[in-house]
Design a protein around this ligand. Sequence first.
Ligand code: TK8
Length: 341
Amino acid sequence: MKLFRTLLLATGLAAAALAPALIPTVAAAQDIKPRIIRFGYGLSESSNQGRAVKFFAEEMSKRSGGKLKVKGFGDASLGNDIQMQNALIGGAQEMMVGSTATLVGIVKDFGVYDLPFLFNDEKEADAVLDGPFGQKLINSLNEKGLVGLVYWENGFRNLTNSKRPITKAEDLGGVKLRVMQNPVYIDMFNRFGANAVPLAFSELFTALETGTVDGQENPVTTIQSSKFYEVQKYLTISKHVYSPWILLASKRWYDGLSADEKKIVQDSAIASRDFERKDSREASTQSIAYLKEKGMQINELSAAELDRMRELVKPAFDKYAAEGGADLLKDLQAEITKVRK
Ligand code: TK8
């Protein structure tokens, strides 16, 4: 150890003698302060979200020699998605992960991902989100006081409810369905005939349990980890929207990091994205069997019915375009077409 340090010092001195310009690089490599990073999220610690937060924390620790300590706060214990976004903007909290859908109050453009039946599969979603389109949206957060790092997978969303199996859009008639706090969702489900009720995720279990709402929609992994099977009888595999999560940092906090610290945050974020997507995809293949075992009655929507539903919600696209989203939607559709080729 001592020998190593002496060697390092000697090398450093030699380098200093030869090229003084190298010294700042050597010094910068150590520019990491001990920091505690409060990282909030909405799902439970044992969920795919919780596992990925843990992974991110480990990466940060590994890459910083234990100096950057991420403390995860699950179950919305620091607040729901929207409250956490505001805490990040104000600098009261450092990091979070949540649905892009709940960002629409800050950057309206994020609603574009919520239009129904955009992506056919995860591969398309990855390509668009990780490509120039996804990055452009991420960049638009900067002027709002947020730093977007990477997209994680929440996943394709499916319907659950306590009233009846949903085999066609009409079966949603009169179903009080909780949706995320986002106008695209409200519009979509009202068009399907449901009674869309926007509500924070943190209030959802109780709302289902008490019958304030009859149903909700989320990926199967979340239906499992949030134990919705305890209060919901019917699960319909509809995959109506591919829902991304986004890893966010407070810009106020992030701007105060050294270049080395920023690099560690970015590299850890990318590593966590790759871990999270793989883990979530593996988990979701097992969730359906798990939910069946827990007594849920599960059905898939037929291809013909999905086509009909797609037609039913077409006006939602026109509405979105008419309300200022035309160019953005066109760009997104062009990206998807490119990926499909
Ligand atoms: C967790 C939420 C959740 C989302 C929802 O905070 O609200 O239904 O799918 O993942 O972001």
